[in-house]
Design a binder for this molecule. Structure first.
Ligand code: BES
Ligand code: MN
Ligand code: ZN
Length: 502
């Protein structure tokens, strides 16, 4: 999708369709919509008065202009009630408008930017939200559908500015929105890929492409290197699959120091069958999404390297596949992790915390000052927070709050959960330092505490995205499937942290 900005009258723009916004319960049209309405002989006002257009949140009404203005169609997108407005309403409205246009085959659209929106401080943010909404709305995953007739997309979008002098600011916002939404869509593509394609080696190839495109340093380590480093927990999980594990390290340098300011650690189990502790077959196909954490940190470092904040960031991803096999680890095995701590494997299905343990140890040894890990870690987190909010667990609540705030900015909802050390009792082992599972009670918390055993004193946040990484039905500007959560949060976080370091 190609973006441009023009300072012309909406009725005179050359696009096939014009998108305008409208609030609910505001019976008299104003602003740019008023001029359009005038050219259309007051028909829009009429439809509003008659109640045909309610402008509810999510509503899109398409009317034809029959040659009275340049664009053949006007899309009136509802923003709901003005006092309930938030950034996500606009992202959603734009995604809805985009989908309505794609359905009727329009490829060239102009958007009249709404003014005076609560909480939107600049034209830059406004443009960013419009860009995000359209890029999300334009996304679909049809790679494997062979006879699909209708795969058209919006190709060109023009943002209409009232003033010539706002054009530069609007362009800045478009760029940021593009980077964020494209990165999220990139993660969504990876997540939706089937596990026979997205094997660990494929994840490493994707990471390589990202690194090459953005001139980032990358190291993909094979089994031999992992053995040298004694990453036994990762190896134990990987052993049941004939697709060998890959340990991916990507470095973004935003300032001249050698320090690692922020490490992003992503769980990347390309398929989680549960291993010998095999999962029920119903819905097992969803476990191709168990690499969403890894996908999101690769996508985030991609976005970060395009936005260039003055901060050093590394992305760490151990890509493995968890399958049952003659060589697979078994329940009851004791594994010595890279940290030296031993784990009794109660369930081979609690594999994510095993792979993450070694990568968190690696992050600590790199001297990472701040660590954020992202993992589809527990079914218990889905029970607690559903598909709407990501679970946030931390050893430093202020840093946790920074992540929650970065999420709020992105429209990726997050909620801090408790980490009382009393819960640690649940994963005590008789024969090793700990067990890898602590029973059903507070399963998301005991998993987070397990991870904390491999983290030092530096600020660390764990994001459990088991519920939010892939959704079972369309919601807001998302479609069923991979969401790209928390790519935009991580990118915002790096930007916000860079501001603080300065
Ligand atoms: N990948 C799963 C968690 C998961 C569940 C992600 C549902 C997305 C949706 C993880 O590896 C897992 O199997 N966790 C177990 C842990 C248990 C054995 C202690 C779980 O949550 O049941
Ligand atoms: Mn599992
Ligand atoms: Zn898993």
């Amino acid at each position: 999708m190609e973006f441009q900005v023009e300072a012309i009258n909406p009725g005179e723009c050359k696009a096939e369709a014009l998108v305008v916004c409208c609030f609910e319960k505001e019976p008299k049209i104003e602003g740019c919509l008023k001029d359009i309405d005038h050219s259309l002989d007051g028909k829009i006002q009429q439809l509003i008065t008659q109640g045909e257009i309610k402008a509810k949140d999510g509503e899109v009404t398409t009317i034809h202009s029959f040659g009275k203005i340049e664009p053949q169609r006007v899309l009136i997108t509802g923003l709901g009630k003005r006092e309930q407005f938030k950034a996500d309403v606009l992202r959603r409205a734009m995604a809805n408008a985009c989908r309505a246009l794609v359905k009727i085959g329009v490829t060239d659209v102009a958007v009249s930017l709404p003014g005076n929106l609560k909480g939107i401080e600049s034209k830059s943010i406004l443009a960013q939200l419009v860009a995000e909404g359209f890029i999300f709305g334009n996304w679909s995953f049809k790679k494997y559908v062979t006879n699909s007739e209708n795969h058209n997309k919006i190709e060109k979008i023009t943002l209409l500015s009232e003033k010539q002098e706002d054009i530069a600011t609007i362009n800045e916002g478009i760029f940021k929105g593009k980077v964020l939404a494209e990165a999220a869509n990139f993660a969504r593509d990876m997540i939706n890929e089937p596990a026979n394609y997205m094997i660990p080696e494929q994840m490493a190839m994707v990471a390589n492409d990202v690194a090459k495109e953005n001139n980032l340093e990358i190291d993909v380590m094979e089994v031999e290197r992992m053995e040298e480093m004694e990453m036994e927990a990762i190896m134990a999980v990987a052993r049941g699959s004939c697709n060998p594990p890959k340990f991916i390290v990507i470095k973004y340098k935003g300032r001249s120091s050698e320090e690692v300011d922020l490490a992003l650690v992503g769980k990347a189990v390309t398929f989680d069958s549960g291993g010998i502790s095999i999962k029920p077959s119903e819905k097992m196909e969803q476990m191709k999404m168990d690499m969403a954490g890894g996908a999101s940190v690769i996508a985030a470092i991609n976005a970060i390297s395009r936005l260039k904040p003055a901060i050093n960031v590394v992305a760490l991803v151990a890509a493995v596949e968890n399958l049952p096999d003659g060589k697979a680890q078994r329940p009851g095995d004791v594994v010595k992790t890279m940290s030296g701590k031993t784990v009794e494997v109660i369930s081979t299905d609690a594999e994510g915390r095993m792979t993450m343990a070694d990568v968190l140890t690696y992050a600590g040894r790199m001297g990472a000052k701040y660590v954020v890990d992202v993992a589809t870690l527990t079914g218990a987190c889905v029970i607690a927070l559903g598909e709407v909010a990501t679970g946030v667990f931390t050893n430093k609540p202020e840093f946790g709050q920074m992540v929650v705030d970065a999420g709020e900015e992105a429209g990726e909802y997050m909620w801090q959960m408790p980490m009382f050390s009393e819960y640690r009792e649940q994963y005590k082992s008789d024969i090793a330092d700990m067990k890898n599972a602590g029973g059903r009670d507070a399963g998301a918390i005991t998993a987070a505490l397990f991870l904390s055993e491999f983290v030092g004193d530096n600020p660390w946040v764990h994001l459990d995205i088991a519920g939010t990484a892939m959704i079972s039905k369309d919601r807001g500007y998302w479609k069923k499937g991979g969401t790209g959560v928390p790519v935009r949060t991580l990118t915002n976080l790096a930007m916000n942290m860079a501001e603080k370091i300065k």
